[in-house]
Design a protein around this ligand. Structure first.
Ligand code: FES
Length: 258
């Protein structure tokens, strides 16, 4: 590869693997896929949750899942594949019982995300986009999880593990490996990646209210504002501020031209 070519961090992000025809989609699964579609005025709007359900049954986006979603949503298989391969939450290959994501985007990187990822790689003996031989864990380098106030964060089956250190991550992985109960920092008890996918498909497991809804780091700003009686500007004030900023930028640009 020449030094000028773009090197992807997602080498596994090709198309759906049509060579692997395995599928667990049975009549019950088809009925659930139809139920998801019935929740939307247009069945095609249901493609994303339907794909999550396919993952909960098949552990990945399977060819049978693509076909089923296309038939029920009234679109082509190519259109379903297009959605499935656009988003990184949809897997092309089977993963582990627990899917681990380590964020290495800017804020997490500054707070030790790369060191965290390296420690998890060493601990599991696999790199990103790989699965352990016993099928227990798969690993992914993830982009910002919108939890920067808890950086560095690690995801387990899409649940947040906040303010991670290599030692804390190792303990979580040890507990998961032997089946000990593990709770997310601000969420539910960890189940499995497939169970989490079923929840994302719109079939709640009754755990949504477990754990605090927001952490201290997120609430601190709200509390500071209340203590200092800070309030956001009204819509009219905000419009005035934006107009003033635009005027300043325009006169600056005109000044630079002269
Ligand atoms: S940079 Fe990691 S959560 Fe935002």
């Amino acid at each position: 590869m020449s030094g000028h070519e773009f090197q992807t961090s997602f080498p596994d992000s090709g198309g759906v693997d049509f060579s692997d025809r395995d599928s667990n989609l049975d009549e019950a699964a088809m009925a659930e896929l139809r139920e998801i579609a019935s929740r939307y005025p247009q069945p095609r709007s249901a493609i994303m949750p339907m794909l999550h359900l396919v993952q909960s049954y098949d552990g990945r986006i399977s060819p049978a899942g693509v076909k089923a979603c296309a038939e029920i949503a009234g679109v082509t298989e190519a259109q379903v594949s297009g959605v499935a391969t656009f988003y990184t939450m949809y897997r092309r290959r089977p993963g582990g019982k627990h899917h681990i994501g380590v964020c290495t985007t800017a804020l997490c990187a500054v707070m030790g995300g790369d060191a965290l990822l390296e420690s998890v790689e060493r601990k599991l003996g696999i790199g990103p986009d790989e699965t352990t031989a016993d099928g227990m864990f798969s690993l992914e380098r993830v982009e910002c999880n919108a939890a920067c106030d808890f950086a560095p964060v690690m995801m387990v089956n899409w649940e947040y593990m906040d303010n991670m250190t290599p030692a804390k991550a190792a303990q979580i992985l040890d507990d998961l490996a032997v089946g000990n109960e593990v709770k997310a920092s601000r969420g539910a008890t960890i189940t499995s990646w497939r169970d989490a996918e079923r929840v994302l498909a719109g079939f709640p497991d009754g755990r949504a209210d477990e754990g605090p809804s927001a952490g201290e780091a997120s609430l601190r700003g709200t509390r500071l504002a209340a203590e200092n009686k800070w309030t956001p500007p009204s819509a009219a004030e905000a419009a005035k501020i934006v107009a003033e900023q635009a005027k300043q930028e325009q006169s600056k640009a005109e000044g630079e031209k002269k």
